[in-house]
Write a protein of this length. Structure first.
Lengths: 587, 250
């Protein structure tokens, strides 16, 4: 019998849980680390649905078309073989989730209902009301709990990942993590480590992400040599409820179910998306819709009452239908805003939502650091320059089905070099202890949360919908100043028990360093593609930039070194992306 | 309400699981649509009490701020609820915050709810699929039953119902409304129901459904409006039927 392998999975969202499940099924053990009980992971904020070609609506939908929509929607920057694998697997994943008990919304005949979503002409989005992410996450949480009872999964909930431990050959063989209550810092051995830590939304301060989506773990491994890819591609979701604490997402499913976006022009409602993009109307992809809303509000000054807001209108749709298809989020809007979207149009504005970029991985989700893998939103793999709505739950779940088995393969067959000695573990642990002790002694004048607020304001202002090189240069300098000011933070909580502030200070430094990567990567890409738009360079430039941006950490300056590499686009030839007319497939 | 300049908080604090609680008062600048979590975030930026005394920021748990993750449950003006969805405009001042003491307090408003997740193991809260691999088409489901399942599956393990239930606590070993009702969710599923007997047997044991005192508090506080008492009653009937069956099968 083969010896037992232990895989470390950091992050218990959809991707981490899917990977954990696959590892258990392959006979491995999992140490699962998470900031929170995994059932509270950010995957549960996904609302509208998950794409899969089920073809149950008589539209002749095909997997190829899902594939083509995804590549076209991503403006030809996604690895095509990887995307093909994902779209091929999608219908099987849906059946798996169905068997696991996800309460998908059903037709009268009892099969899964499908809805429309942006950038796709066919109904292809499976959904559970408007809480699809919550329901998918719970299903995997339940399955992993079953393995926990069997003893194959050990959960480290309320533990924060600090860094990976490499052996002398440079292979990742373990991690250091900290108990968020006792503050105990401990080193762990793992045969393979998978990071599934989600997106970096908090780098932008206010966004649709959960407070735990800070990109800190990603930044930490980047500073240890893992390459980041395409981080400049930040998805701005067109329809969020602006808030001072966070922008709350208002699902694309609203438009999928017939919602219309408009504002007043010359005293009359102007359905500008329908006018600008007659073929797709309100269901253009997110980057296109966000830019249109930005243009209408900022350039044309036509936002509601002169503010940066437009209407998202469901009030013409039957109330019972809305309740069945969108219930959860309409309740949320009523609760946080006070108006009933069944009766009056909602007021929305674009918000930072998702990162297409992340840790560079190969088609099996290995990073350039041997023994370290990345899976889910924290990797860069499936969405190119823009992600289609309802493809994120798919990529999260699918990537776990790839990374989990690959982690086991690596554990048995990889060139792992020497084992970590007890001294290696003690040394790695002590480094993190020293660093934490230094944080507890910080007595400068800056408040970490204020500094984070400033970082978010900068990034939101300069590195979102419209980017200008001069402004990106300015932003980069300002973020560097914030990095310098980090040293002057004064800690207000010196307790050694559940000290959230000290942990936040450590996370903040990682966030600032990640912000430098996003800003620099955006500065270097002189073209417009998907979510990355520069007025100075409004066209896509395939010759120079149909390449993956790679960021490599420079220890001396704490800045990224940017380079470009080729990627696999062997299946579909690039063609101009234009949502004013119906997409023509290129087989 | 919009003319209010500041919001007054009285917060029950506790430095560690074993230390004595104390209160501190804070004033936070008012702004429209302000909620309790956003107020706590303001205090983080400048942790100074109402009397100008420097203090440590409040410790609490939050993630999504959209009332879907369940993390930020605390007792606000006497009622267990999600702090992110507790809008200042709807609360009487001074606003009193305290930890949900049905659960062990870790620090300040941060509590340990691991008991709820443990209970989900006890009721076998999963559908016992053979594996994540491809088997065949999933069974067709009655859309009405699926709609009921959808309602129960909104439970975010926040613990409001546990805090409100008079039978959950040190005086009883009742596992509480939320984990109990989850058993019904899996019993509704066409594959999940194959393990219905095991789940009902688990609910017959100590701390199971017989510990429910039918006080009906849970359904009043559930932030997801799950008809907890309806499903508790259904489970009670199922458990009784199962108990009789068990007698004849012995």
């Amino acid at each position: 019998m083969k010896d037992k392998k232990k895989i470390i999975v950091v992050g218990g969202g959809l991707s981490g849980l899917m990977a954990a499940l696959k590892i258990c099924e392959a006979g491995g053990d999992v140490d699962l680390f998470s900031y929170c009980p995994v059932k509270r992971s950010h995957s549960l904020c996904a609302q509208g649905g998950i794409n899969a070609c089920m073809n149950t609506k008589g539209e002749g939908d095909s997997i190829w078309e899902h594939f083509d929509d995804t590549v076209y929607g991503g403006d030809f920057l996604a690895d095509q073989t990887a995307v093909k694998g994902m779209t091929d697997a999608a219908p099987k994943l849906i059946k798996m989730f169905d068997r696991m008990g996800v309460p998908f919304t059903r037709t009268a005949e009892g099969v899964l209902d499908l809805r429309n979503f942006g950038g796709q002409k066919n109904k292809r989005t499976c959904f559970a009301g408007s809480t699809t992410g919550q329901q998918l996450l719970y299903a995997l949480d339940e399955q992993v709990r079953k393995w926990e009872v069997k003893g194959n999964v050990k959960k480290y909930e309320f533990w924060e990942f600090i860094k990976v431990i490499k052996n002398k050959e440079g292979v990742c063989r373990g991690i250091v993590a900290q108990n968020m209550n006792s503050m105990e810092i401990q080193a762990f051995r793992g045969d393979t480590t998978i990071l599934a830590t989600g997106g970096p939304g908090m780098v932008f301060g206010r966004c649709t992400a959960s407070t735990i989506c800070n990109g800190s773990a990603v930044s930490a491994v980047y500073q240890q040599g893992a390459h980041l890819a395409n981080t400049e591609f930040i998805q701005i979701h067109p329809t969020a409820i602006p808030g001072t604490d966070k922008n709350r997402l208002m699902s694309e499913a609203c438009r999928g179910e017939g919602g219309r976006v408009w504002t007043y022009k010359d005293g009359k409602p102007w359905y500008f998306l329908e006018e600008m993009y007659p073929a797709y109307g309100n269901l253009v992809p997110r980057d296109v819709a966000s830019r249109a809303i930005y243009d209408v509000c900022v350039n044309q000054g036509l936002g509601i009452n002169g503010e940066n807001r437009v209407y998202l209108d469901l009030s013409h749709i039957d109330a019972d239908y809305l309740e069945r298809k969108l219930g959860g989020i309409l309740e949320m809007y009523s609760e946080f805003v006070g108006d009933d979207p069944r009766k009056v149009p909602m007021q929305i504005y674009p918000s930072v939502h998702y990162s297409m970029g992340g840790i560079w991985v190969d088609p099996k989700h290995n990073t350039n650091v041997p023994g370290l893998m990345a899976s889910g939103e924290c990797d860069y793999q499936y969405h190119g320059a823009n992600r289609l709505g309802a493809n994120s739950l798919l990529s999260a779940a699918y990537s776990g089905t790839v990374s989990g088995p690959e982690a086991m393969r690596w554990a048995y067959e990889g060139e792992r070099g020497s084992d970590l000695t007890d001294e290696d573990l003690a040394k790695a642990q002590q480094e993190c202890v020293d660093e934490f002790e230094a944080i507890l002694k910080m007595d400068g004048t800056e408040n970490a949360h204020e500094l984070h607020h400033e970082l978010g304001d900068l990034m939101n202002k300069y590195v979102t919908i419209v980017r200008v090189n001069k402004e990106l240069d300015y932003c980069f300098d300002e973020v560097k100043k914030i990095l310098a000011r980090w040293d002057n933070i004064g800690v207000t909580d010196t307790s050694r028990w559940a000290n959230q502030e000290a942990m936040f200070i450590r996370q903040l430094r990682n966030m600032i360093i990640y912000a430098l990567v996003v800003t620099k990567s955006a500065r270097m890409r002189d073209e417009s593609r998907g979510a990355h738009y520069k007025a100075e360079f409004p066209q896509r430039d395939d010759e120079r930039f149909m390449k993956t941006t790679i960021a490599d950490f420079d220890l001396g300056t704490s800045e990224p070194k940017i380079s470009y590499i080729e990627f696999d686009h062997s299946l579909i030839k690039p063609r101009p992306r234009n949502y004013a007319v119906a997409k023509k497939e290129d087989k | 309400m919009a003319d209010k300049k500041t919001v007054h908080f009285i917060i029950e604090r506790q430095d560690s699981p074993t230390s004595a609680p104390y209160t501190e008062e804070f004033e936070v600048p008012y702004r429209p649509a302000l909620n309790v979590v956003a107020s706590l975030m303001e205090i983080q930026k400048n942790p100074v009490t109402k009397d100008g005394k420097k203090t440590r920021p409040i410790v609490w748990e939050c993630n999504c701020l959209e009332k879907v993750c369940g993390a930020c449950m605390m007792v606000i003006n006497g009622k267990a609820q999600q702090a992110c969805a507790a809008l200042i405009d709807h609360l009487e001042q001074p606003i009193r915050l305290s930890p949900a003491r049905t659960f062990p307090v870790i620090r300040d408003l941060l509590i340990d709810r691991s008991v709820m997740f443990e209970s989900l193991k006890r009721i076998q809260g999963w559908v016992n699929v053979d594996g994540s691999w491809e088997v065949k088409d999933a069974p067709i489901q009655n859309p009405k039953t699926a709609a009921t399942a959808y309602e129960i599956s909104h439970c975010m393990t926040c613990g409001c119902c546990m805090e409100a239930c008079p039978n959950v606590g040190t005086q009883s070993d009742f596992i509480g409304p939320a984990p109990t009702v989850q058993a019904h969710l899996f019993n509704l599923h066409p594959i999940g129901k194959f393990n219905k007997e095991e789940r009902l047997d688990a609910l017959m044991e100590k701390g199971g459904i017989t510990s429910c005192g039918n006080s009906q508090n849970c359904v009043e506080v559930c932030p997801k409006n799950i008809k907890l008492t309806t499903y508790l009653a259904q489970l009670n009937r199922d458990v009784n039927k199962q108990a009789i069956k068990n007698i004849f099968n012995k």
